[in-house]
Ligand binder design. Structure first.
Ligand code: PPS
Length: 570
C-alpha cells in the first residue's frame, strides 16, 4: 500500500542515541551559546522536522533570499528568517567553520552548529520586508531591535536531544509522531486549526464545520511556545482546550501542542504556519480574517489588511502542498438558538456576540458569561486565571522625600487593608528593604536603581501570586519607577502614590536628624538637598501630609483602590 506523501516520515536533524551520548561529551569542550527562549523554540522545530526543509539556522544567502522574496537561495519557498542572533562579543570569538554547542537555560547541550556564516543584518530592512514596517509597535520588530543580538550566525545543526518539557508531555508531538498517529488511524485528510486563544463555542462550531466541508479529520494545533505578549498563558489555555475537546466526536478530532515561537507576521506567518502544518502531516489549514495579526501600529492602524494572510496563502498553496480552508465567521442566532455563518444569517434575525474586550471586562468584573458564548468548563478555567480585580494582586508604590510621611502612611494603609482581609499584605518600606535586601548598597544613582529594581522584583512576585505589596522607598528616578511599573503591570495593578510633602517641611521636621547632617555635608548625595528627585508627572494619586493627617492620607489611598476596583466597595 502506498502511503500518502504527508504520512511518510520527515527528515529530522537528530543523530542516533549512541552518537548523541558520545557527542554530549565531545561537545562539552566547544565554545557554547546559551539559547534564548525563542531560539530554543526554533531549534526544537528545526531538529524535529517542523521547519523542514531547513537544516539549520539560516546562512546569509538563504537569509537574504527569505527577507527579499520569501525564498531560500535554491528557490524553495520559506517566508520566515530563522536566525541565530548573538551578541557582538560572542560573534567575535567565532571562526567560520567552527563547531559551537547550543545549550538550554540549564546548560544542557541540545545541538551543535557548524558556523558557516556570520553577518550583521540590516534589522530595519528585515523589519520592513518581513513584518511590513519598521515599527516597534509590532512585537516581532520590537524583539528584533531590543532583544535580538546584533550579529547573526548560520550553519547546519546536528541535533543531540530535544528541549525538555515538564508540562503536558503527553500532548506534545513531533511531526513524525503526528504523521504516525494519522497513519495508524487512517486519517488521510487532516485540517489543522492554529490558535493562541482559548476556544469558545464559535471556534468549536467553525472548526467542526471546516473539517466537515473539507471531508477531513481535525487537528486542534495550538501554539504553546511564544505567542503575542499579553496572551492568556498556555497552561490555562491547554486546560481550556482539554475541556473543549470533549465537545467533538471523539473519532474525528485530536489535539496536539506546538512549541512554536510566533512572530505575529500576518501573511508571511500564515504561509509559515502552512508549511509547518504540512510537515506535521496535515493536508488543510484553516486561515481566518487577520491570521496571526499583531494588532495596531504606532499610528493606530492595522499592520495588515484583514484578508492579506488568506490571499498570500492561496497564492502559494499549490507549491506548499497544503490547502486553505476559509474560516467562517460564526455568530450566535438567538431566535434559532444556534451558531450560523455570519453571511448565511437571515435578515432581521437577532445575532449575539461578545467581543474579546467585552469578555476581558466581564472576567475582570466577575460578571456573567453566558453558556451560548462559551462552555462552562472553559469559563471556569478563565476565571481561575483572571479573577476579578478585587481578587487580583496589586502594588501600591509610595514615592517622596525622606521624612515625607511615606512609611507612616504605608503602615496605616497596611493595617487598614489587613482589617479588610482577603489578601496577604507585605510592606516593603525603604528602611526594611535596605536592612534585609540591600544592606550592601549606598545612595549613588546606580545603587538606588538597583535597590528599587529589587523592590520591584519582590513586589511583582507578590502581585503575581495574588498578594498586596506596599512599597515605600524614596525612588527618586522617573525611569526606574517606570521600569518597575512595567514589571508589575504584567501581573496586576501598579498604583503610584506621590507623597508630595515639600522639601522645606521635610527638612523642618527632620525626624531622623539626617537633613542637618546633609546640610553639614556629613551625608553626601542626600535626596532633595544634594541629589535629584524627579517629581512624578502622572501618579495615580498625590497626597499631601502638610495639611492632612496620616489616617486621612491612608483613607485617600483606600478610596483610590476602591475606585480602581481593587478592593470591593462595602
Ligand atoms: S532610594 O533612593 O529609594 O534607594 O532610597 P531608600 O531606599 O528609600 O532609602 C532612603 C532612606 O535612607 C536614609 N538615607 C538617605 N536618603 C536619601 N539620600 C541619602 N543620601 C540617604 N542616606 C541615608 C533615609 O533615612 C531614607 O529614609 P526615609 O524612610 O525615606 O526617610
Amino acid at each position: 500500500m502506498s502511503m500518502a506523501p504527508n504520512l511518510t516520515p520527515i527528515p529530522e536533524l537528530y543523530v542516533s542515541y549512541d552518537s548523541a551520548q558520545k557527542m554530549k561529551h565531545e561537545a562539552a569542550d566547544l565554545t557554547s551559546w546559551d539559547l534564548s527562549p525563542r531560539q530554543i523554540c526554533d531549534l526544537e522545530l528545526l531538529m524535529n522536522g517542523g521547519f523542514n526543509p531547513l537544516k539549520g539556522f539560516l546562512g546569509q544567502a538563504d537569509y537574504e533570499g527569505v527577507v527579499e522574496n520569501m525564498r531560500l537561495a535554491d528557490g524553495t519557498l520559506w517566508p520566515m528568517p530563522i536566525t541565530l542572533d548573538v551578541s557582538e562579543d560572542f560573534a567575535d570569538q567565532i571562526e567560520i567553520g567552527q563547531d559551537i554547542a547550543l545549550r538550554d537555560r540549564e546548560g544542557v547541550i541540545l545541538a551543535t552548529m557548524t558556523v558557516s556564516d556570520r553577518w550583521v543584518p540590516n534589522k530595519s530592512h528585515e523589519a520592513e520586508q518581513v513584518f511590513g514596517a519598521d515599527d516597534q509597535a509590532h512585537p516581532a520588530v520590537d524583539y528584533l531591535h531590543n532583544v535580538a543580538g546584533k550579529v547573526y550566525l548560520g550553519g547546519p545543526i546536528t541535533g543531540i536531544q530535544p528541549p525538555v518539557h515538564y508540562d503536558f508531555r503527553a500532548r506534545r508531538d513531533t511531526p513524525n509522531e503526528l504523521r504516525a498517529y494519522f497513519r495508524k488511524l487512517g486519517w488521510r485528510r487532516v485540517v489543522a486549526f492554529q490558535t493562541r486563544n482559548p476556544l469558545h463555542r464559535a471556534h468549536q462550531e467553525l472548526t467542526f464545520r471546516a473539517a466537515k466541508e473539507a471531508q477531513a479529520n481535525l487537528l486542534i494545533h495550538p501554539v504553546v511556545g511564544m505567542t503575542k505578549p499579553g496572551d492568556i498563558d498556555h497552561f490555562t489555555r491547554v486546560r481550556c482546550y482539554e475541556a473543549v475537546l470533549d465537545q467533538y466526536p471523539a473519532t474525528t478530532t485530536t489535539m496536539s501542542l506546538l512549541n512554536l515561537a510566533m512572530r505575529m507576521a500576518g501573511p508571511r506567518e500564515a504561509v509559515w504556519h502552512g508549511l509547518i502544518r504540512k510537515n506535521h502531516g496535515c493536508t488543510h489549514m484553516i486561515v481566518g480574517r487577520d491570521h496571526a495579526g499583531p494588532g495596531k501600529n504606532s499610528a493606530g492602524d492595522d499592520f495588515y489588511g484583514p484578508y492579506d494572510a488568506q490571499d498570500l496563502f492561496k497564492t502559494h498553496q499549490d507549491e506548499m502542498g497544503i490547502e486553505m480552508v476559509d474560516f467562517k465567521h460564526m455568530v450566535y442566532v438567538q431566535d434559532r438558538a444556534q451558531y450560523e455563518p455570519a453571511d448565511e444569517v437571515e435578515e432581521g434575525a437577532t445575532v449575539l456576540n461578545i467581543s474579546g474586550t467585552e469578555l476581558r471586562r466581564r472576567l475582570a468584573e466577575g460578571l456573567d458569561i453566558p453558556e451560548w458564548f462559551s462552555f462552562p468548563a472553559v469559563v471556569a478555567e478563565l476565571r481561575k486565571t483572571r479573577p476579578p480585580r478585587s481578587q487580583q494582586g496589586f502594588t501600591v508604590f509610595f514615592t517622596g522625600f525622606s521624612g515625607s510621611g511615606k512609611s507612616t502612611i504605608a503602615n496605616a494603609l497596611m493595617v487598614k487593608l489587613m482589617e479588610l482581609g482577603g489578601r496577604p499584605v507585605t510592606l516593603l518600606d525603604g528602611d526594611i528593604v535596605r536592612k534585609n535586601l540591600s544592606s550592601e548598597l549606598g545612595f549613588s544613582k546606580e545603587h538606588r536603581d538597583l535597590n528599587i529594581r529589587r523592590i520591584g522584583f519582590v513586589a511583582s512576585e507578590i502581585t503575581k501570586n495574588g498578594g498586596i505589596a506596599i512599597c515605600a522607598p524614596i525612588a527618586p528616578y522617573e525611569v526606574t519607577r517606570r521600569a518597575v511599573r512595567q514589571d508589575i503591570e504584567q501581573f496586576g495593578a501598579f498604583v503610584e502614590v506621590h507623597v508630595s510633602t515639600s522639601i522645606e517641611v521635610c527638612e523642618d521636621r527632620d525626624r531622623k536628624g539626617l537633613y542637618k547632617l546633609a546640610r553639614e555635608g556629613k551625608i553626601k548625595e542626600f535626596t532633595g538637598i544634594s541629589d535629584p528627585y524627579d517629581v512624578p508627572a502622572n501618579p495615580e494619586l498625590r497626597v499631601d501630609t502638610e495639611n492632612v493627617d496620616v489616617d486621612n492620607c491612608a483613607h485617600q489611598v483606600l478610596l483610590k483602590l476602591e475606585s480602581l476596583g481593587l478592593i470591593a466597595a462595602n
